[in-house]
Design a protein around this ligand. Structure first.
Ligand SMILES: [Zn+2]
Length: 81
């Protein structure tokens, strides 16, 4: 817990590298928000947002909608039977 607070207060090259690496892995495998394109900076799925070290709010919202839609389908199908 203390190390997390310190990394926020005192930016370090190691923390920056870890943050970049985490985003890079998600981008490469199209995980999370990188599974959808960004409507704000118009990058396709699998590409980082043009705003460095940030994912646009619209992209996060779209990912949430897509994720909820796919999760809801089995529930709705099950209820219709
Ligand atoms: Zn973007």
């Amino acid at each position: 817990m203390a190390s997390i607070a310190l990394s926020i207060l005192i930016p370090s090259p190691a923390a920056d590298a870890a943050h970049d690496a985490a985003h890079e892995v998600h981008r490469r495998f199209r995980h999370g928000v990188y599974s959808v394109p960004c409507e704000t900076c118009h990058v396709p799925a699998g590409e980082l947002c043009l705003a460095r070290r940030a994912v646009h709010a619209a992209r996060r919202a779209r990912f949430r909608e897509t994720h909820q839609a796919t999760a809801l389908v089995p529930l709705l199908v099950g209820r219709a039977r």
